[in-house]
Structure formats: C-alpha cells, structure tokens
Design a protein around this ligand. Structure first.
Ligand code: ATP
Ligand code: MG
Length: 560
C-alpha cells in the first residue's frame, strides 16, 4: 500500500501531497488531524473533464491519506442554479467511483452563519456598509499608484450595523449598498482593497426561497463554508491564488471553529474543445450539439455516453498530475488513456460499417459452418463465441478495388485475402450497377485454409473482417471527431462558435453487425475489428441499434 501511494505520488509529481504530509506530521499545523477536503461545484451546469481533475485531486487526496472529502453545492449565487444540475453532479461523481457518504451539503445552509460572521466583522470595526454604486466603486478602485476611495469607510459601527440589518430586511433597493471588509485600500492586491462581502440582490434561491435579499460574495462565503465543515485542506484552482490573502483574512478575523488551508493547483485545459460551463451551455442552447450529454462534449455525461470508462478518466487525471502552471493537455492523451483501458477490456467483434456483398462462388449454396473466435485475445477468461460462415457475407466496400494499387493488400482481381478466422479467398471480379458502383464482389475460397492458415505456408498479406449475410443485425453507427477545428477555439478574441467542426459527427446507416450485438448493454465495450472501439448509445433500441465510436484504433498520441 505504502509503495502504491509512493508510486502514484511520483507519477503525479505532487506538491499538494507534500504540503499535506508536512501539515499532519508531528509539529505540523494539523498534527493528529484527519485530512478533510471538499469538492465545491456550483450547480449551474454539468461537470466536465476539468472538474474530473479537481474531483480526483479533492477526493483522491483524502483517499490517499485515509481522510474524508465532502461534496458541497456552492449555491451562494442564486442566479442560474437548478436542481437538475445537482442530481447530475452527484451521478457523475458516483460514476467516477468517489463517495461522499452522508457528507453532502449546500453552501446556502450556512447563510445564517455567514450573516452572523459579517455582523461580527462590523462589530470589530472590520467591515462597513458602503453606499457607492457598482459604477462608482469601479471608478474609485484606484490603480497601483493610487489607493481606492470610499467616503463611507469611517462611518460609525452602530450605523453600519443598523444599515446592514436594513439591507437584510429589504429596506434598500438592489445595488444601492454593499457590505465591505475594511482591509487596505492601498493594497497591491486589489482583492484586498476593501472587497465587497455582501450585496443586495432580490433573487429567488432554489433552496432558501425568498428568505434572503442579500447574498455573500464567494471570497467571504467560501472560507466560512470550509471552516464550518472542518475542512483541513481547501484545494482549488490557480485563479484563487490572489484571493488566498482574503481567504486567510476572513478565517483570522471571524470566530469560525476551524482554520482551513487553501492550496491552489493548475486548471486543466484540453485542446480542440472548450471547458467553461457558460460556453458549453451555449453549445447546448443554440443546438450546436444534441444536449449536455452529446458524445462530442467534454462533459462527464458526454464522455460516458461516448464510451469513456471511469477508469480511463481517473487514470488520465492521475497521469497529467497536478502542477502550479496552467497548461493545455493534448486531447489525444485522453484518447490514449481510453484506448489503453478498452484494449484490455473490450470484446472483439466484427461489424461492417460501409458494406458491400462478397459472394464465394465455389462455396455450396445452402451450406453453413461455424468457427470459434476469441472474445478478447488479452483475456482468455472472456472465452470464445461461434460465428457462422456461408456463401455470402458483407465486407467493407473499401476492402475491394477493381485494380491493384501499390501497397494495397486487400481484395482485387487475382489477389488472395484472409477472411478473419474463416478462409482464404481469391478475388475473381465484381458486378456493377448502371451507375458504375460495385454492388457485389466475387471470390473463390480455398477449402484447405479453414481457420485462415495456408497449409503450404504461402503468404497472404491482408486480413479483412466480414459479417455473414444470412445472420446479421443492422445498426446505425456514429463516428465522432473534434468538436472544434481550431486547437484553441476560445483564446484571444476568437469566437469559439466560428470554429465548430462541420464533420464532427458522421452517421452511417445500414451497417452490418454480428447478431449477438442486438443485446449490447450500455456498459458493454467492444472493439469493432479494424474500425475502433464502440459502445451502444443510450438511444439504441432492439428495433434500431445505435453504436458510438468511442475512439479510433490509431493512436494519435506521441510521447514528447
Ligand atoms: P467553469 O468555468 O467551467 O464554470 P468553475 O470553476 O466556475 O468552472 P465550479 O463549479 O465553480 O466551476 O468548479 C468546481 C470546482 O472545480 C472548483 O474548485 C474549480 O476550481 C474546479 N474546476 C473547474 N474547472 C476546472 C478545470 N478546468 N480544471 C481543474 N479544476 C477545475
Ligand atoms: Mg464557478
């Protein structure tokens, strides 16, 4: 176990692990305490692969130290929250394989505490009600050589107490007043220039209803939430680094029951996609994709529908590691992690995506025979299944050419090819329709090559997959590509919607699949030989089978 931890730690090059180790060691600030982290999503959208990284860090770190991780909905900002998202977030985290047990919270549960701590700050002379409008405040925030200004900074404590209570009781219009922490108007860190910690906003909250018309700002609320829950390590992304002094200030100056430590790590970015919930929502609402779970989306529900496994995503997050500088990870690496996992577990099957019929003219009509085929060459325990062979089968149209082309080892008149696990056949020609399209290919089989071996040791270069034309099921197959043509569609002043890839979804109808695929379950994973890894789509029915290509076979990931 200790060795596993060490190996994982090395793999991730993990400074967070080191900080926590120091903190709980003898003499450390949390000596003898159980490590306690939290994952605090804002329920205003579905989780994406970036969140998966944070989840793996938050839950994973607690797991490594034998501690706990809370799941907390960060619902202090009531504008766009929705119960639909809350359930989806839970489902996604559970799917990844992490557990919060009974520690599921809403930040809004602490609104009373937050109000109480705000009053405490006013009483200590550390907060005041400011009547600058948002515009005036912006105009008065100063710059590096000029401090910010507020004419209300020195108003008496009693007055601020009375006004803050009035704010809470709905006596003043939205935006007319704020509560500000009294810290340092000249600070080089603008987050410390008397930041707003409460604002008036008459918004209906999905849990507290209309009880509140004032809402706390994130920088004030978050440390209090962490402290109340007994969090030791509050792990968050790098953009909060400049907010840490404020986090620590709130903890130090209020009588919260516990002192959490904030540690920041880099956000995950992946090329050829966008990761912000706002942009993902726009893709959904403007119908560029079929929904949050469209298999092209970087959302966890999209990746799941695409065929990603929890193991592949956790492995990806583990291997990209945590660092202090933001970087963009190659999408190909995510695919590489999936391919690795599916290579181990996926059942090998034959499906013809763009079929043309192959007739074995010297094979007796009405005769059939069966072959045993391994379900997964990597896992003997997965056993074998029987496939049926007869005079006609389907092959990929691209596996036949009317004339030889250099380097092409598949069917063309005169050439021999192996029909996977069955026989070696020699192409004799084809039939075309009036438009010149090939409608049937002809070949003769060599009865001495049952199973695909040549008794005389002659070389047959090509092996192609096939599906029996008497026993097959039809399927729709969906092939996916990057959603965006530009590797960084949302950098600079680019509009990401200008870079949508029109070929990101290709739908094939009338594909021919081995008959047992009619009962493919949603968690089953297949390798369609020579075509990629696939899984059944959630819309697949017995009458209309649908398969998604999770990832192609060719690995585009290059170790740098
Ligand atoms: P978005 O910009 O996508 O809306 P967010 O940070 O506003 O992201 P939250 O719901 O507030 O989304 O995020 C919950 C947690 O997940 C936060 O701790 C946040 O730091 C982390 N997180 C969000 N996006 C990423 C990412 N791309 N990489 C790593 N962690 C992330
Ligand atoms: Mg957010």
């Amino acid at each position: 176990m200790a060795e596993e931890i060490k190996a994982a730690e090395n793999a991730a090059g993990n400074f967070i692990y080191d900080f926590i180790t120091e903190d709980i060691a003898p003499g450390g600030q949390y000596e003898g305490r159980e490590v306690h982290t939290r994952f605090p999503p804002e329920p205003n959208g579905y989780l994406h692969i970036g969140h998966a990284k944070a989840i793996c860090v938050d839950f994973g770190m607690a797991e490594r130290f034998g501690g706990k991780c809370n799941l907390r909905m960060d619902d202090t900002n009531p504008t766009k929250e929705d119960v639909e998202y809350v359930d989806a977030i839970k489902e996604d985290i559970a799917w990844l394989g992490f557990h919060w047990d009974d520690r599921f919270y809403f930040a809004s549960e602490y609104f009373d505490d937050m109000y109480h701590y705000a009053v405490e700050l006013i009483e200590k002379g550390l907060a005041y009600v400011c009547e600058l409008t948002p515009d005036q405040m912006r105009a008065n925030r100063g710059d590096l050589s000029h401090p910010a200004v507020s004419p209300y900074r020195d108003r008496p404590v009693e007055e601020s107490l009375r006004l803050f209570e009035g704010m809470k009781n709905g006596e003043y219009p939205d935006g007319s007043m704020t509560l500000r922490a009294k810290i340092d108007l000249a600070s080089g860190n603008f987050n410390m220039r008397d930041p707003v910690i409460y604002r008036i906003n008459r918004l209906h909250h999905h849990r507290t209803g209309d009880k509140w018309c004032i809402y706390p700002m994130y920088d004030f609320a978050h440390p209090i939430e962490d402290a109340i829950e007994g969090i030791t390590h509050s792990l968050c992304t790098l953009e909060f680094e400049d907010h840490r002094p404020l986090y620590d200030w709130v903890i130090k100056n209020t009588s919260v029951p516990n002192v959490p430590r904030q540690i920041e790590f880099a956000r995950l970015g992946i090329n050829n996609t966008v990761m912000s919930k706002r942009k993902l929502r726009q893709l959904v609402e403007d119908h560029f994709v079929s929904g949050w779970d469209d298999p092209r989306m970087p959302t966890l529900c999209g990746l799941r529908r695409r065929g990603y496994t929890p193991a592949s995503i956790r492995n990806f997050c583990e291997r990209i590691g945590v660092a202090k500088t933001n970087s963009v990870v190659d999408y190909a690496f995510l695919e590489h992690c999936l391919r690795e996992d599916l290579n181990e577990r996926a059942q090998r099957v034959m499906v013809v995506l763009r079929p043309v019929k192959l007739v074995i003219t010297n094979y007796p009509e009405g005769q059939t025979e069966s072959f045993e085929i391994e379900n997964n060459p990597n896992r003997e325990e997965d056993g074998k299944r029987t496939i049926t062979f007869s005079r006609e089968c389907y092959i990929e149209a691209e596996d036949f050419l009317e004339e030889k082309v250099k380097g092409y080892n598949r069917l063309y008149p005169g050439n021999e090819v192996r029909l996977k696990s069955a026989y070696i056949v020699k192409c004799t020609g084809c039939k075309k329709d009036e438009n010149g399209n090939v409608v049937e290919v002809y070949a003769e089989y060599d009865p001495e090559t049952r199973g695909g071996d040549t008794p005389d040791g002659r070389k047959v270069r090509g092996t192609i997959h096939w599906v029996n034309a008497e026993s097959y099921v039809e399927a729709e197959v969906r092939l996916y590509d990057n959603l965006f043509t530009d590797p960084e569609p949302d950098t600079g002043d680019k509009n990401f919607l200008d870079y949508i890839n029109p070929e990101s979804l290709v739908v094939l109808q009338g594909c021919k699949a081995e008959p047992f695929l009619a009962s493919a379950g949603l968690t089953d994973r297949y390798q369609f030989m020579r075509c990629g890894y696939f899984c059944a789509d959630k819309d697949s029915t017995a009458g209309h089978l649908i398969f998604n290509r999770s990832v192609s076979l060719k690995d585009g990931f290059k170790k740098k």
